[in-house]
Design a protein around this ligand. Structure first.
Ligand SMILES: [Zn+2]
Length: 135
């Protein structure tokens, strides 16, 4: 009980701006169906917002969804009808895995290879964390 009281007090003492850090918004896919194909028009914008390569993002998403996609000009073309919500979900998952700092949650990170490991270095807090996924 005392512990809970302490927690309550700690919450009250937090300055407002410390609580509501503007959470980076991962852009949502924009696209359309063309026959049985799904065309995503803003793939490059999404990759740019995440500061990652469009090819890397695609490699991850197509593996996760077991659906091959192809970059044509600035768009991504999937060979089947894709569910936008599913794509958005995988892109957020990618961002959690490869973009957001595991320590502070900010997206200002860089990936580097060290031996066989991929290390995420955060420009905001300086944390270095290994990335688990292999793609
Ligand atoms: Zn950080």
């Amino acid at each position: 009980m005392e512990y809970e009281a302490l927690l309550d007090r700690a919450k009250e003492q937090l300055p407002d701006e410390g609580v509501s850090t503007e959470r980076f918004q991962v852009p949502k896919v924009k696209g359309h169906l063309q026959g049985v194909q799904t065309i995503i028009n803003n793939w490059f914008e999404i990759a740019k917002a995440l500061d990652r390569k469009p090819e890397h993002l695609l490699k991850y998403v197509q593996k996760e969804l077991a659906t091959p996609g192809e970059i044509i000009k600035q768009s991504v073309v999937f060979g089947t009808k894709m569910n936008a919500a599913k794509l958005n979900e995988k892109i957020v998952q990618y961002a959690d895995e490869f973009v957001f700092c595991k320590s502070c949650g900010k997206p200002e990170t860089k990936l580097s290879k060290e031996g066989s490991a991929i290390i995420m270095t955060c420009q905001a807090c300086g944390a270095r964390n290994p990335v688990k996924s292999r793609i």
